[in-house]
Write a protein that binds this ligand. Sequence first.
Ligand code: THU
Length: 126
Amino acid sequence: MDNRELIEKAKKAMENSYSPYSNFKVGACLLCSDGTIFTGCNIENGSYGATNCAERTAIFKAVSEGKRDFSKIAIVSSSGDLTFPCGICLQVMAEFMIDKEVILEDNNGDIKIFKVKELLPFAFNL
Ligand code: THU
């Protein structure tokens, strides 16, 4: 599955975003090394800290289904511009895919690629 397809699937997942508090929709599409994909959206809560980001929704869906080998993750938001994962999501990515890629789209429609370790160079590790 190429990066453009992953971005398009992330956009489709973003449609399910539950974000009445921020009005900021996020979608993610995670590609597993066996070719399966898991999508996610942000899910907000009136108790704001209970909010789950799109990236973690996708990763937790995958891990809960027995997948741990990931190739890349695409992330989009309603900003229409590059949306970098938050620190908590980067920490979760560091657990499962530190050497893998984060695929983003800028406001010109161009795809930009970053390594998780580039975005979180000194990740905490037990
Ligand atoms: N959000 C994500 O889904 N992923 C991120 O990496 C950063 C933030 C969501 C959480 C919240 O619903 C909204 O964006 C505004 O912070």
